[in-house]
Design a protein around this ligand. Structure first.
Ligand SMILES: *Cc1c(COP(=O)(O)O)cnc(C)c1O
Length: 181
C-alpha cells in the first residue's frame, strides 16, 4: 500500500463491508499516531479511547477488562456500551515505539467480548511476542514503511492477513486506487 494510513483505511473498509457498521465503536489507545483514529472515523465508526499500560505503552488489558465488565453488556452476542447504546465491534491495539502490547491479555478480552482485533504494527517491524512477529496475532494487521519508521522504503505500508477473502478484498481496493491519498 502507499502507507500504513492507507493500509488501515483498507482494513477498516474491508471490515466495513463485512462487519463494522456505521455508528459502531472501536476501542483504540489515545497514545498513537492519528491514523489509528482516522481509520475508524473513515468508515463511519466512533473511536473509543481506552487506557494504556505504563510499561507496554499499549492498551492495558487489566484496566480494559475491568472497564468493559462495568461499562458494557453482551446483548445477542454483541458487546454493547451501556452509556451510548452502541455496539463495540473491534479493538485496534498499537505496538507503541516497537513495544509489543500484552497480546495474551487482549486476545482473551477480544474472545470474551466478541471483538475483532486489528493490530496496528506500524511502529513494530522486527518486534516479537512469544517468538511470533507483531501484527500476525489477529486476522488483520498493518505495517508502515514510512520515513520515520523502523524499516523504511521512504513511504509505504503493508497489510498482514491469513484470510484469503480479506486479502483479495483489500488487494482489489488497493489496485483500483479507490483509497489512494
Ligand atoms: C506511522 C503510523 C501510522 C501511519 O503510517 P503511514 O505509513 O505513515 O501512513 C499508523 N499507525 C501508527 C501507530 C503509526 O505510528
Amino acid at each position: 500500500t502507499k502507507g500504513a494510513t492507507e493500509a488501515l483505511n483498507l482494513v477498516a473498509n474491508t471490515l466495513g463491508q463485512n462487519y463494522l457498521q456505521e455508528g459502531d465503536e472501536v476501542l483504540i489507545p489515545p497514545l498513537s499516531f492519528v491514523a489509528t483514529a482516522n481509520a475508524v472515523v473513515y468508515c463511519g465508526a466512533n473511536p473509543h479511547f481506552v487506557d494504556c499500560h505504563e510499561s507496554t505503552l499499549g492498551i492495558d488489558p487489566v484496566k480494559l477488562r475491568d472497564y468493559l465488565s462495568t461499562q458494557t453488556e453482551l446483548r445477542s452476542g454483541h458487546c454493547v456500551n451501556k452509556s451510548t447504546g452502541r455496539i463495540i465491534r473491534a479493538m485496534v491495539p498499537v505496538h507503541t515505539f516497537g513495544h509489543p502490547v500484552d497480546l495474551e491479555g487482549l486476545i482473551s478480552i477480544a474472545r470474551d467480548y466478541k471483538l475483532v482485533m486489528i493490530e496496528d504494527a506500524a511502529e513494530s517491524i522486527g518486534s516479537y511476542y512469544d517468538n511470533q512477529h507483531t501484527g500476525t496475532f489477529s486476522k488483520l494487521g498493518i505495517l508502515s514503511f514510512n520515513g520515520n519508521k523502523t524499516v523504511t522504503t521512504g513511504g509505504g505500508g503493508a497489510i498482514l492477513t491469513s484470510d484469503v477473502a480479506v486479502a483479495k478484498h483489500v488487494n482489489s481496493g488497493r489496485q483500483f486506487g479507490s483509497f489512494q491519498a
